[in-house]
Design a protein around this ligand. Structure first.
Ligand SMILES: NC(=O)c1ccc[n+]([C@@H]2O[C@H](COP(=O)([O-])OP(=O)(O)OC[C@H]3O[C@@H](n4cnc5c(N)ncnc54)[C@H](OP(=O)(O)O)[C@@H]3O)[C@@H](O)[C@H]2O)c1
Length: 219
């Protein structure tokens, strides 16, 4: 399987990259991002591309791919709906639209979030925008689209978030994770479980299109 990865420098993307490099069924990983991952591996190839809204300059590199794990994203904190939507909906579609045309056999795995609002009309801004993004992806002619809606994610194997707020939060939560996981197992996952679940869905499919934390942990 050839996997295309967006957001490989982020917390979730680092987890997916790790699982891709460990998985013998992944033959090649192509990472597209504005910064290098800092990793070297025979299976990994990187394209540095800074324009989130236009991939035409690298389209020649974006065919012959079986799966896309789209882990690029930002927190909505401090952003207007327009600004958040530009990085969430617009940037995702700018990548996904040419990918669907170039790779009709591709499975597209999108990192959304627990509470994403499929009605697009709820009161929570980030949830509306994630819901809009999910619905737009479902309209593209991919072989399959999987929408991952994780809740809290424990970063493992030295992985950290690019977002300062999350780094602080996870540092505080880290000692409590084992207890929290025992009390509410369906609310917590790890970067490892999420990475493995995305690869599983991409390769073998999943029982549902929308995968909440409990589904992610079961895959
Ligand atoms: N962390 C959680 O607990 C959690 C839970 C549920 C859902 N999510 C969702 O998962 C997604 C990723 O979260 P994360 O925790 O992995 O975030 P993160 O650690 O902050 O990483 C974000 C990734 O997106 C890239 N990115 C952000 N803005 C960019 C821009 N303007 N241009 C190019 N690349 C950009 C970053 O690249 P650079 O390294 O170049 O900045 C990085 O690779 C987000 O959509 C988030 O809402 C996260």
């Amino acid at each position: 399987m050839k996997v295309l990865l967006f957001g490989a420098t982020g917390m979730i993307g680092q987890g997916v990259l790790r699982e891709c490099l460990l998985d013998p069924q992944v033959a090649q990983v192509l990472s597209v991002g504005r910064r290098p991952t800092g990793q070297t591996h025979p299976k990994l190839r990187e394209i540095l591309h800074g324009d989130l809204q236009d991939y035409s300059a690298i389209e020649g590199e974006l065919s012959g791919l079986d799966a896309c794990c789209f882990c690029l994203g930002v927190t909505s904190a401090g952003l207007s709906e327009e600004a958040y939507q530009r990085i969430t909906l617009d940037a995702t579609l700018a990548a996904a639209t040419p990918l669907a045309r170039l790779n009709p056999q591709m499975a597209f795995c999108y990192i959304s979030g627990a509470g994403a609002d499929s009605t697009e009309r709820g009161r929570v801004m980030w949830a509306r925008v994630k819901g809009r993004t999910e619905n737009a992806l479902l309209r593209l002619p991919f072989k399959a689209v999987y929408l991952f809606r994780p809740g809290a994610i424990r970063p493992l194997h030295g992985i950290t978030s690019r977002t300062k707020l999350y780094r602080i939060l996870y540092a505080l939560l880290n000692p409590l994770f084992p207890l929290l996981k025992r009390i509410a197992p369906d609310s917590f996952t790890t970067t490892e479980q999420l990475g493995r679940a995305m690869l599983h869905a991409a390769r073998d499919g999943a029982p549902k299109t929308v995968l909440e934390t409990a589904d992610i942990n079961r895959l």
